[in-house]
Design a protein around this ligand. Structure first.
Ligand code: CA
Ligand code: CA
Length: 173
């Protein structure tokens, strides 16, 4: 009896591992591939390298992963993200959306992910300077580090940083 239970356990374990690794589980939903959130600093991020879009669409994509645009609340986290992006070869022309915005009230920046005010900011020189035209915050490489800039939410296409509370792997298009 013990052996047959062990066999049953191993079979179920095999099925579980097989289904979690199989590419087939992505297919029924029309997704193309798996993509993992990786640990950077104290959080988990997914930074698609093959897609640029506007801020709203970027948020939709992050939310479809059970995540949201990145909420960067201290200098250590920004530095970790910045170092990661630079290690991948991203430079001055690669911009990355975050959850930061002043859509509701000009020059009063909040994180759309949790509704909290942006108490930590690290603007690049001369920013924010977008008034009512530039309301969404992205990172760009300025003065040797990825820093913040307000930019046109719907007019501009950029990469985006999705953040999840736990490590996970998701199906993406
Ligand atoms: Ca603004
Ligand atoms: Ca700006």
């Amino acid at each position: 009896m013990t052996i047959s239970r062990l066999t049953l356990f191993l079979v179920l374990l095999y099925i579980f591992i097989d289904s979690s690794n199989s590419e087939e589980t992505c297919t029924p939903y029309g997704h193309e591939r798996y993509s993992s959130f990786i640990n950077i600093g104290n959080n988990y991020y997914n930074i698609p390298h093959d897609n640029k879009t506007n801020w709203f669409k970027a948020r939709e994509i992050c939310q479809s992963m059970g995540a949201d645009l990145a909420t960067i609340t201290d200098d250590g986290q920004l530095t970790a993200i910045s170092n990661h992006l630079m290690s991948l070869g991203y430079g001055a022309n690669d911009w990355f959306w975050t959850a930061g915005n002043d859509l509701a009230e000009d020059n009063n920046f909040h994180w759309v992910s949790n509704g909290e005010r942006m108490t930590f900011t690290k603007w690049s020189a001369g920013q924010p300077f977008g008034g009512e035209i530039e309301d969404c915050v992205h990172l760009w490489l300025r003065e040797g580090q990825f820093k913040m800039n307000d930019w046109i939410c719907k007019g501009g296409n950029a990469y985006y940083i999705c953040q999840a509370p736990i490590p996970k792997t998701v199906c993406v298009w």
